[in-house]
Design a protein around this ligand. Structure first.
Ligand code: TYM
Length: 339
C-alpha cells in the first residue's frame, strides 16, 4: 500500500480539511505501521506549494504558509519519522512529470473539471493557465510515487478520475506499464463538510465569511460561538438519519458530530431524537472544542520553530526525490527523450 495526498498551503486549515482528509491521513499512517513489512509500503504527504501559484499571493505569505501548514499537519498527527512529509517545490520531478503528462492529457478532459469552472468563475479568460492545467500537476504528484491509495475529500474525486485516465492513456500510448492506477479513499460521512452558514455550500477557505468555517486556529470561544450561530431549522431531530432529507444544515451538523465521535448519523439521531438544536449544539461545540484544542496547542508551539520545520521538509524532500526518480526516468525513457 502506497498512500499519498496533498494540501494547498494557502490560509488556515479548516474543519473540512481536517475531517475530510487529514484525519484519514493520520489513520492510514497508523495502519501503515502494521503493514510496514511489505516492500514499498509508505505514506507520502505534501504541501502543494506549486499548485498555490495558480492564484496570486505575496512572496512572504507563501513562505510563511508552507511552514505553517507543515506545522498544522504535524499538530494533527502526521509524524515525519513515519511518513514522508515535504513540499512540492523541493522535488523538481513534480513539475517535470507534469510537463511530460501535458502531452497525454486532453483539453476536452480539462474542460470538464468542475473545480476550474468554480475557481475561474465568470472571468475564464482572465484565469491563469496554471489554474487550467492544475489537475495535470496533481496527476504527476500521484503517479510519481506509484500511489495506490489517495485519501481526499469528495471535491477531489474528479481530479483522481482524470489521473487514472492520464495514467491509462500514457501506459497504452507508449506500451509501458509505468504508472499505477490510484484509488481514491473517500469515507462517506466526512466526504463533504458543508459551510455552517449554508448546508449546500462546501466549507472552504475561500468563503468570505469566517463564520462559515471552523479553523484549526479558532479559540474555544470562537468555536462555541460559530456553532451557536450555525444555521439550522426549528424541527427536532428525528429517530433515523434518513428522515433528515431536505434538511441540509441539520444533516451537516449531525455528520460532523458522528465523524468526530467515530459514530454514525443514525446513532447520533437516536441519541438526540426529539430534541431541538438548542440541546444538540452545545454537545457538538463540546466535542469540537475537545478535539481541536490539543491540535491548536501543538500547532502554536510547532510553528515558532522555523528551523525545525525546514529541516523536516528538507529531509522529507530528499526521500521523496529518491522515490520519484525512477518513475520520472521511466517517463522520459518511454517518450524517447534522452538525457
Ligand atoms: P485542498 O488544499 O483544497 O484541500 C485539502 C484536502 O481537504 C479536502 N477538503 C474537504 N473535505 C471535505 N469537506 C470539505 N469541505 C473539504 N474542503 C477541503 C480536500 O478534498 C483535500 O483532500 N488539489 C488538492 C491538493 C492536491 C492533491 C494532490 C491531493 C494537489 N495534489 C495529489 C491529493 C493528491 C487541493 O486543492 O486540496
Amino acid at each position: 500500500m502506497r498512500v499519498l495526498s496533498g494540501i494547498q498551503p494557502t490560509g488556515n486549515l479548516h474543519l473540512g480539511n481536517y475531517l475530510g482528509a487529514i484525519r484519514n491521513w493520520v489513520k492510514m499512517q497508523d495502519e501503515m505501521d502494521a503493514a510496514k513489512d511489505s516492500p514499498g509500503s509508505a505514506c507520502y504527504f505534501f504541501l502543494a506549494d506549486l499548485h498555490s501559484i495558480t492564484v496570486h499571493e505575496e512572496r512572504e505569505a507563501r513562505i510563511r504558509n508552507v511552514r505553517e501548514m507543515a506545522a498544522a499537519l504535524i499538530a494533527c498527527g502526521i509524524d515525519a519519522d513515519r511518513s514522508v512529509l515535504f513540499n512540492q517545490a523541493r522535488v523538481p520531478a513534480h513539475a517535470e512529470l507534469a510537463w511530460l503528462l501535458n502531452g497525454t492529457a486532453r483539453i476536452g478532459w480539462l474542460n470538464r473539471m468542475t473545480q476550474f469552472k468554480d475557481k475561474a468563475g465568470k472571468n475564464r479568460e482572465g484565469a491563469s493557465v496554471g489554474l487550467f492545467v492544475y489537475p495535470v500537476l496533481q496527476a504527476a504528484d500521484i503517479l510519481l510515487y506509484q500511489a495506490t491509495h489517495v485519501p481526499v475529500g469528495e471535491d477531489q474525486k474528479q481530479h483522481l478520475e482524470l489521473t487514472r485516465d492520464i495514467a491509462m492513456k500514457f501506459n497504452t500510448d507508449f506500451g509501458v506499464e509505468l504508472f499505477t492506477l490510484p484509488d481514491p479513499y473517500i469515507p462517506k460521512e466526512s466526504a463533504r463538510i458543508m459551510s455552517l452558514r449554508d448546508g449546500n455550500a462546501k466549507m472552504s477557505k475561500s468563503d468570505p465569511s469566517d463564520m462559515s468555517r471552523i479553523n484549526l486556529t479558532d479559540s474555544d470561544d470562537e468555536i462555541a460561538q460559530k456553532v451557536r450561530k450555525a444555521k439550522t431549522d426549528p424541527e427536532p431531530l428525528p429517530e433515523v438519519a434518513a428522515d433528515l432529507e431536505g434538511r441540509a444544515e441539520a444533516l451537516n451538523l449531525i455528520g460532523i458530530y458522528a465523524t468526530l465521535t467515530e459514530s454514525t448519523p443514525d446513532a447520533v439521531c437516536a441519541q438526540f431524537a426529539g430534541q431541538g438544536f438548542g440541546a444538540f449544539k452545545p454537545a457538538l461545540a463540546e466535542v469540537l472544542v475537545e478535539t481541536l484544542r490539543p491540535i491548536r496547542q501543538r500547532f502554536v508551539e510547532l510553528k515558532e520553530d522555523e528551523a525545525a520545520l525546514d529541516a523536516i521538509l528538507d529531509h522529507g524532500a530528499e526521500k521523496a526525490r529518491s522515490v520519484a526518480a525512477p518513475t520520472l526516468s521511466g517517463a522520459y525513457e518511454a517518450l524517447g527523450l534522452m538525457r
